[in-house]
Design a binder for this molecule. Structure first.
Ligand code: ATP
Length: 367
């Protein structure tokens, strides 16, 4: 099911109209989510991710704009009439019911032409349980399950009504690190197997990047960038997006462009053809440094951390916006741990320039 968001806006009025200010939780969001894709809504706390999801689900009414499922305008439809499956962060299972009863519950509430025979309901419940691999736990109560298993029950309960759209709100945040990894792969598998258009909300960029077909990065209610995770990482539209994606995060420096050369501190570190003379923020991805005795970019060496295949070189530079600069280089490079400084050449496509006022991206030709 294709989903179209058209100028979607949500404004929460101030509680106290005299003193408080209204909150524009989502501001003019327009986007078409292609059928069968897994979309990650991503951004820091309060950026409007959940509000967007709730408007798509029907739990919240937009202040402005429209939502279409396929060609149907669903903006005014109730959640029950939209055919969406919802999974929340707290799994919200009924504790006194078994897994089977929990999964059956949404089917038992179907009325009219959608009403199912008992046998059909049981078949559907087992089919959903098999999909999330909990069909052997059907007689247990939620308290007898691990967090990951409980989350699977919640997903099965959302899938059992065969929704046209699956909406997941921070589905992994109650799980420990190992289970998060495993469960996010599960979500990807389930989404692929069912082909249901799925939107999930997370503040964890790594999670969003690892399983999404498309990510949407939001800030203060405004969409910053939409695209395939790798494209957004490689080609961010502004400094906010560049800083939000990537672990370790991008290194940021104060710099300037003079005569087509990028200057950091006193050193000309890279040719940046086509960029006018100006002050810039320079973002350098950790993987953008190549250690070299002839390198133009010099930093004070703080420490060298070996991480198996790679080495993390931690250093400082007066022009850096952060206390430390982190370079990730191949372990084949032998870094002298006793040296006071370390010099680098820079990979041009890993160096990103941003306007020093608007923080918008300034592109240059990479040879
Ligand atoms: P988080 O990751 O913390 O859940 P989020 O990106 O999902 O954040 P939202 O929950 O969508 O953000 O909230 C967006 C903005 O709208 C926030 O400033 C929030 O305080 C505000 N907001 C959300 N719900 C309401 C409400 N019911 N009444 C008033 N303001 C609200």
């Amino acid at each position: 099911m294709k989903i179209v968001l058209q100028n979607l806006t949500k404004i929460f009025p101030a509680r106290d109209k005299k003193k408080g200010k209204e909150t524009i939780a989502v501001n003019d969001f327009t986007f078409t989510i292609p059928d069968g894709k897994l979309v990650g809504l991503l951004g820091p706390s309060g950026c409007g991710k959940s509000t967007t999801l709730y408007m798509i689900s029907g739990l919240q009414v937009p202040t402005g704009g429209k939502i279409f499922f396929g060609d149907d305008d669903v903006t005014k439809l109730t959640p029950e009439n939209r055919g969406v499956g919802l999974v929340f962060q707290n799994y919200a299972l009924y504790p006194h019911m078994t897994v089977k009863q929990n999964i059956l519950f949404p089917l038992q509430n179907l009325r009219g032409p959608d009403k199912l025979k008992k046998k059909e309901m049981i078949e559907r419940a087992y089919e959903a349980a098999r999909l999330v691999q909990i069909d052997e736990l059907m007689e247990r109560k939620p308290s007898e399950l691990s967090g990951g298993q409980q989350q699977r029950v919640a997903i099965a309960r959302a899938l059992v009504k065969m929704p046209k759209v699956l909406l997941l709100d921070e589905p992994l945040s109650n799980l420990d690190a190992r289970l998060r990894l495993q469960t996010r792969e599960e979500i990807k598998r389930i989404q692929k197997e069912t082909g249901i258009t799925t939107i999930f909300v997370t503040h964890d960029q790594e999670e969003a990047m690892s399983i999404s077909d498309i990510i949407v990065v939001m800030k203060l209610g405004v969409v910053q960038q939409i695209g395939a995770p790798q494209n957004v990482y490689d080609d961010p539209t502004n400094l906010f997006v560049a800083k939000f994606l990537g672990t370790p995060p991008i290194n940021v420096f104060n710099g300037r462009v003079e005569d087509g050369k990028l200057i950091i501190g006193d050193a000309a570190v890279l040719d940046v053809p086509g960029v006018d003379d100006r002050d810039v923020f320079v973002g350098i991805r950790p993987e953008g440094f190549i250690p070299s005795d002839e390198g133009a970019f010099e930093c004070k060496l703080s420490s060298v951390e070996v991480m198996g295949r790679d080495v993390s070189v931690v250093c400082t530079n007066d022009a850096s916006a952060n206390p430390f600069v982190r370079a990730i280089v191949d372990a084949d490079y032998k870094i002298d741990r006793e040296a006071e400084t370390v010099k680098f050449n820079l990979k041009p496509h890993k160096v990103l320039l941003f306007d020093s006022v608007t923080e918008e991206r300034i592109r240059f030709e990479v040879n």
